[in-house]
Design a protein around this ligand. Structure first.
Ligand code: URA
Length: 179
């Protein structure tokens, strides 16, 4: 993992390296059975170099705590390691050049379960035409690993009605890990 991190921190493969403050590589237990994958760093993550430290991250922490998952239980990373200006959606070229880092992280961690946080991660890791509203919480099998998607925590901040579904999906995650 250290080799991947070192390469990633000096990456200049796409124009986002010109506007980033920090590369946000990922954090957590590199031997965990659970890997969360978000979309891309926001302003707080860009400033600190840590994933999910802003408002969305704080909300995510509440779900983790609610089902009894601690920091030791997971690793968390993003599809893109650098912040897109104004938090716009990652574009296909950025995703194409950046995701080899994530693919290598997945290989190194070898998680039992991958949880996509939101549509962008699900479209890259599960299926191009993934529909988050319809398919969140459903378990898929990809490359011999279980994978599912939940709403992006930022979506819950915009639409609190989704919170109930999110909680149920987190209970499912906990159950899958215990199997
Ligand atoms: N949103 C994401 O998708 N990732 C982060 O690291 C922060 C916010």
């Amino acid at each position: 993992m250290q080799t991947i991190r070192t390469e990633c921190l000096s990456c200049q493969k796409c124009p986002l390296h010109e506007t980033r403050t920090n590369v946000v590589f990922g954090r957590g237990n590199e031997k965990a059975s659970l890997l969360f994958v978000g979309e891309a760093p926001g302003a707080n993550e860009d400033a600190t170099g840590e994933p999910f430290v802003g408002a969305a991250g704080k909300l995510l922490d509440q779900y983790l705590e609610a089902v009894g998952l601690s920091r030791e239980d997971y690793y968390i990373a993003n599809i893109l390691k650098c912040r897109p200006p104004q938090n716009r959606d990652p574009n296909p070229e950025e995703i194409a050049v950046c995701t080899p880092f994530l693919d290598r992280q997945i290989e190194a961690i070898a998680p039992k379960l991958i949880v996509c946080l939101g549509r962008i991660a699900a479209m890259r890791l599960i299926r191009e035409d993934f529909r988050i509203t319809r398919e969140h919480g459903q378990v898929f099998e990809k490359d011999g690993r279980r994978i599912l998607a939940v709403y992006h925590p930022a979506a819950l901040l915009r639409d609190p009605h989704k919170k109930e579904d999110m909680f149920l999906d987190f209970l499912k995650i906990k159950k899958l890990l215990e199997e």
